[in-house]
Design a protein. Structure first.
Length: 176
């Protein structure tokens, strides 16, 4: 009897390890594909932006919770940059790819969606609403974003991450 329990525990452990490895692989592949589409000639080296001090306070205000990270990776420069950011929808992280060009959103994509609901935010009909959006002085987008019934938390996650990236892009060094 104990032998059967041990086998079940081992099988479940192996299954969860395989699932975690597959999720990490999916994100790495999605990141590579996204960056290749954004930077068709050559992908620039990545940079890190520290989320501390005033930035951390502003990010917490935008996200409505303390950020789980001390720094964020981006590719490009202050004029055009690509960001890959995870944000919790309801219970699971959603990986977003966001491109900023001249302080406005060029595109927002869902790279990896792990939630059980709200997957509709992955469609172009939804993400196109963000194209050319800018950040107002009050850290809000300059336009309303129509929600999707049943996807409220995923929609909010996409809006908040978009606002955060627009805010952070404004603090990138201009000489890059």
């Amino acid at each position: 009897m104990n032998f059967v329990k041990i086998i079940i525990v081992i099988a479940l452990s192996l299954a969860s390890t395989v699932t975690l490895c597959a999720a990490a692989s999916d994100q790495a592949t999605a990141t590579d594909i996204f960056l290749s589409r954004v930077f068709t000639d050559a992908i620039p080296p990545s940079n890190m932006l520290w989320v501390s001090g005033e930035r951390k306070t502003a990010v917490a205000e935008i996200l409505r919770h303390q950020p789980e990270y001390l720094r964020l990776r981006y590719w490009g420069n202050a004029q055009r940059s690509a960001w890959i950011v995870d944000e919790i929808g309801k219970t699971e992280p959603i990986t977003f790819g966001i491109v900023i060009h001249n302080n406005q959103i060029e595109s927002v994509e869902v790279l990896v969606f792990r939630e059980s609901r709200g997957w509709e935010i992955q469609h172009d009909f939804f993400s196109r609403q963000f194209t050319d959006a800018k950040l107002l002085d009050n850290k809000r987008l300059d336009r309303p974003i129509d929600g999707i019934s049943g996807a409220t938390l995923s929609v909010k996650a996409m809006q908040n991450v978009s606002r955060m990236v627009l805010y952070l892009t404004g603090s990138l060094p201009r000489e890059l």
